[in-house]
Design a protein around this ligand. Sequence first.
Ligand code: C2O
Ligand code: CU
Ligand code: CU
Length: 533
Amino acid sequence: MRWTRRDLIRQAGLASASLALSRKALAHSMPPVAAATLNPQKLTPFVDRLPVPPVALSRLDAHGVRRVRITMREIAVSIHRDLPPTRQWSYGGSVPGPIIEARSGEELAVEWANALPTEHFLPIDHTLHGAERDKPHVRAVVHVQGARVGTASDGYPENWYVPGQSRVYQYPNRQDAAMLWYHDHAMGINRLNIYAGMFGLYIVRDKVEDALDLPRGKYELPLVLYDRMFDPHGQLYYPVSGDPESPWIPEFFGDVMLVNGMVAPYCEVEPRKYRLRLLNAANGRFFHLSMNGNGNAGRRSSGLPLHQIGSDQGLLPAPVELSSLLLAPAERADLIVDFSQVRGQNIILQSDTLQLVQFRVSSEKAADTSELPRTLRPVERIAESSAVESRMLELNEYDDAVKAPKLMLLNRRYWHMPVTEKPRLNTTEIWNLINLTEDTHPIHLHLVRFQILDRRPFDTFDYQTKNRLRFTGPAEPPPANEAGWKDTVQAYAGMVTRIIIRFAGYPGRYVWHCHILEHEAKDMMRPYDLLPA
Ligand code: C2O
Ligand code: CU
Ligand code: CU
């Protein structure tokens, strides 16, 4: 069967074409013909318990600085009852890596030690920037996404180091409570390193959050969502293009869904409120999430409501009730779900028809003193008038003769070209993301948090042929669940997405990029310089 883009949108149940997933989603939703891959139907869902990543151990050094040491190394662990252990690359011996718990305002020093093997087990493309043949195969550098951190500790893609080396990064944590995440960022290969398992959560907590009566302890569950493909022996399989000189593919969509390192696990819960902290750690898949009872897959009407209380950079002003949620790669969602009305039932978190995790709600009554607060944390809207600069930035895609995407750029520039975005510390700017492509791109800026102003459709043909920006509809302000602090924004196809950014933090060189990892690699990533005040 061949799906059209319209089918996909319909299947996804998305009312608006602005949420369109790409035509390439279709091309890659099925394994390449030649490859022998594991049939996902063979993996019985809900036979493995949902694991929760361990919390990283920390110690106070003689100077009162909290320290953590995390080693990157190869492991072989079980991802499903019926499969042999799967080779993966981990932080600290688990995938996802250990959860780093941080307090707002308390500095943390993390030593990231690279003890990986010296040969890669996934297909490196030596034609990509930074992955040329003269570069070591295995390189790593860690970025904590969403951290307000100095450039020396931000994990600049070219600051990679090889097995046997380590780096100590300093995280000041002068920022609000939020769920951040760490992952590899080595130039030209981070899509492979992350695919191999190099990601984990970094949770910042503060007094504002403490003062709320949110579910905590075992009632707060991190859920790291991602998709993969496997060979028939349960080993990671990453597809390649037809070109042996350049195995890069424009997007990856796996057919096996994993949560916290397990294929479609189950989780026993009490009939009460839970706080679910979601991360989309996939290379390219958008998750369209809802909670449903058994047997009503895809019927969202009968689903359990999701109360979103936070997004990428922390708490929203007030909870937002949703029946479904579209989470792009690298985005996070903080949800409260109340299982008290579904005692004794099985509830499935799914992305359209894909089953992610099954919650088995006990029939025993449970005490619950936690609350879904009416208000959470004030989020002051940044005034447009405070912006000193408004940048027009195109998102470009270049296809080859058969209309397959070959290259994606930010504002028509490659990674290595001179820096063009040079905001000044402590100023505010508006960035207009002019998306000329047919894809939604999740655009992420390092260091900063921002707010979404609006999204507005425009005539892309006019823009490209007559060089003029003609809007074809009104500007839409973000829905309530996107109106908090963000570090990643879904820039819809054929729209100008405006974000307003306060450049607080530390001067130096950072990056901004699309978080579809295959796009980032070729070449949808650019440096930016934050100039001193
Ligand atoms: Cu998850 Cu450069 O970022
Ligand atoms: Cu980042
Ligand atoms: Cu992209």
